[in-house]
Design a protein around this ligand. Structure first.
Ligand code: SAM
Length: 223
């Protein structure tokens, strides 16, 4: 019997709310601070090629591509409608950005293809098994020594942060969001083969704790 694929959870939980997504993030999240922190921790170098998995409306890519005009960026998302918004946002200014439609757990790229992979606010949309498959895919497409940088909901270390996160769980569902708030993303990254996995930064927000993690693909075996 074939396994039924879970439907993709759109950017704001429901397709009808997608037009409000950017405004909600701008209003309720420390958007500039967390996107800049994610970019800073990657320490991109000239000529590098980075992938943003679950790029949504390309808010991160707009900032990253303008900051690093000599790097190349690929944005991937499973929702063709959100990719239309992304293309409009980047417009003709982002000559160093291309978009691909695809799913995080079946990345349409060769192995060892990217220097850096980013993902922001997508992993809490995935079931446990899709988180595992997606992490393995990200590991596969990274070159040896490349790094994965992720911003997503992390372990709630206080009752107010745990309570605040209920809003995300009501919007995006309890099943996919549970691993995040239990703080399981780092151990899942390690299980997928990443080394030196660490929480780099944490933001307390009105929706709970946003954690920034990083992990590296081993260089072992390089000739
Ligand atoms: C909450 S939005 C975050 C968008 C963007 N990364 C940001 O920081 O604003 C999550 C995005 O992930 C996409 N998405 C969800 N599951 C996906 C999957 N398995 N593969 C690819 N994209 C996915 C959704 O279509 C949506 O655009």
């Amino acid at each position: 019997m074939t396994q039924q694929r879970p439907p993709l959870i759109p950017a704001a939980g429901y397709a009808l709310l997608s037009p409000c997504y950017d405004a909600a993030i701008r209003l309720f999240m420390p958007e500039r601070a967390f996107r800049q922190a994610l970019l800073t921790q990657a320490q991109l170098r000239e000529g590098q090629h980075a992938l943003d998995v679950g790029c949504g409306t390309a808010s991160f890519l707009a900032h990253a591509s303008a900051t690093y005009p000599k790097c190349n960026f690929t944005g991937l998302d499973g929702d063709p409608k959100i990719l239309e918004r992304a293309r409009t946002k980047i417009g003709s200014t982002g000559n160093n950005v291309v978009f691909e439609e695809g799913m995080s757990y079946a990345l349409p790229f060769d192995e060892n293809h990217f220097d850096i992979v980013f993902s922001a606010l997508m992993f809490h949309h995935l079931t446990k098994s899709d988180k595992r498959r997606s992490l393995e895919e990200i590991h596969r497409v990274l070159r040896p020594g490349g790094a994965f940088h992720i911003a997503d909901w992390g372990e709630a270390r206080s009752l107010p942060m745990r309570t605040a996160y209920l809003a995300i769980q009501l919007l995006d569902g309890f099943e996919t969001t549970a691993d995040n708030v239990r703080g399981l993303l780092p151990s899942m990254m390690t299980a997928a083969g990443f080394e030196s996995v660490a929480e780099q930064k944490r933001f307390n927000t009105v929706f709970g704790t946003l954690s920034l993690y990083s992990g590296r693909k081993a260089t072992e075996g390089l000739a």
